[in-house]
Write a protein that binds this ligand. Structure first.
Ligand SMILES: *Cc1c(COP(=O)(O)O)cnc(C)c1O
Length: 481
């Protein structure tokens, strides 16, 4: 496809401006700067060219509104359009963040209730809504823990993270200045309790546990894990990005977790991808509440206000109050599903993942053959051995059949990993069609491995060098800019 610059023709324009009836003056002659920068070479196209160009580009894109998107660990569930309608109400979109509280009572009420809902659903004492994404929530949660020890005058330098954790966990721990120590997984895909016991000392601030973990498995020994961490004065952190597996069913606070971050853009059904706006609220137990970020929305008498007077807070972690619009969508989702609906969403998410696991089990090796939560993890080992077809080839072949591929090569403890997260929003027909396709690809891998290895055959571009794109990004059109 041509670039918009290649469609450019000198003098062509998408607008017509009436002829000027006043003398022309060069702006540069009245101010000391030329506002119309001549050196910026913008494309000159008609309105119809512009619309066609971007409409065609949009048709090459893939999203949850286009097809099944089983990208493991990302919870690409369908986002009901009512969330968008509510978040577009002018009272929300036109509100300036610095508007006086008298003019923003409705929005403050929404934030206040959001905190209450999340605290109730996850069994925490309070939530802070500021963090802008999951990883940002992790960082905030670890800063809160660090602040607690600082206040107590205790120096703890290590943080424990299982090898089945999401990659952002060690990054968050390290960014906070902790030395990251890896805890091994046992043969069931859970935390190796003996190894944990060996590593947990008074030098350790806590354990960051993704639960369910990146294998889609629920930690069976969670109470024992909590007991070991707490017995040495540490905190148990829950990476709750996978809350779609348990919301309404179990509360991390009741399981012994002291801190949790959520990914509203996953579990609470707000669109995400391409780094779009997210929201990663952090919930804490009572002991840690004083250290949550400021400002906090409070209710005084009958009205809402911002409270900045929290001397032990870690301070602000985001401009204004976080990604408010994402919270409006998540709030709408919570209110429209209600307690029973949220619970049912996790139940069906888990059911759907287990359905896929059982249907594909005869054709692909399972990493761990036990009941999974919201996602199931296969390994493409068998296909590599039998026909030299790799997981990346299978993923590329799925594109030819119109599916977004699952997450691949993650978690890293599973060789040739294929991580499938179907979500609750998909019908049995969709799941069956996807399973049929995966089975067809398993047969193709045996009978015609070259075909699978040369996929995708139907996409606008074939196999891209994904390392080059990250290492040598080329965002300029040759010869321009
Ligand atoms: C998605 C995810 C994260 C990171 O969330 P972002 O919003 O992308 O920063 C962290 N942990 C787990 C388990 C995740 O699935």
């Amino acid at each position: 496809m041509e670039l918009i610059f290649e469609k450019s023709r000198p003098g062509r324009s998408a607008t017509t401006i009436p002829r000027s009836d006043v003398p022309e003056v060069a702006i540069g002659s009245i101010i000391d700067r030329n506002l119309l920068r001549e050196e910026v070479d913008l494309p000159e196209v008609a309105e119809v060219d512009l619309i066609r160009h971007y409409t065609q580009l949009s048709k090459r894109n893939f999203g949850v509104d286009v097809g099944f998107y089983p990208l493991g660990s990302c919870t690409m569930k369908y986002n009901p359009k009512i969330n968008e309608d509510i978040s577009r109400l002018p009272g929300f979109t036109s509100l300036h963040p610095y508007a006086p509280v008298e003019f923003s009572q409705g929005s403050l009420q929404l934030l206040y209730e959001m905190r209450q809902y999340l605290s109730e659903i996850f069994g925490m004492a309070d939530f802070a809504l500021q963090p802008a994404a999951g990883a940002h929530g992790e960082l905030t949660g670890i800063m809160v823990i660090k602040k607690f020890f600082e206040k107590k005058g205790e120096r703890r330098s290590h943080i424990l993270i299982p090898d089945a954790a999401h990659g952002t966990n060690p990054a968050s721990g390290a960014l906070c200045g902790y030395q990251v120590v890896t805890v091994r997984s046992n043969s069931e895909g859970g935390v190796d309790i003996d190894h944990l016991r060996e590593l947990m000392t008074e030098d350790v601030a806590g354990l960051m546990l993704t639960n369910p973990n990146t294998l889609g498995l629920f930690e069976r020994n969670i109470e024992q894990v909590a007991e070991i961490i707490h017995s040495r004065g540490g905190f148990l952190y829950c990476d709750g990005a996978n809350a779609n597996a348990f919301m309404g069913k179990t509360r991390p606070g009741d399981l012994g977790f002291d801190v949790i971050q959520l990914n509203l853009h996953k579990t609470f059904s707000t669109p995400h991808g391409c780094g779009g706006p997210g929201s990663g609220p952090v919930g804490v137990g009572k002991k840690l509440v004083p250290h949550l970020p400021i400002p906090r929305v409070v209710k005084r008498g009958g009205s809402y206000d911002w409270d900045y007077d929290c001397p032990d807070s870690i301070g602000r972690v985001r401009a204004f109050y976080g990604n408010f619009n994402v919270m409006v969508k998540a709030y709408t989702y919570i209110r429209s599903l209600g307690p029973d609906g949220l619970k049912r969403a996790s139940e069906i998410a888990v059911l759907n993942a287990n359905y896929i696991k059982e249907r594909l089990k005869p054709y692909y090796d399972l990493a761990y053959d036990r009941v999974c939560m919201h996602e199931c993890v296969f390994s493409g080992k068998r296909q590599v051995k039998e026909s030299g077809v790799h997981t990346s080839d299978i993923a590329k072949r799925l594109l030819d059949y119109g599916y977004h591929p699952p997450t691949i090569y993650f978690p890293m403890i599973v060789p040739e990993a294929i991580m499938i997260e179907p979500n609750e929003t998909e019908s049995k027909e969709t799941l069956d069609a996807f399973c049929d396709t995966m089975i067809a690809i398993a047969h193709e891998a045996k009978e015609n491995p070259d075909l699978v290895r040369s996929a995708p055959l139907t996409t606008p571009v074939r196999r891209l060098d994904d390392v080059k794109a990250a290492r040598e990004p080329d965002v300029c059109w040759k010869g321009r800019m």
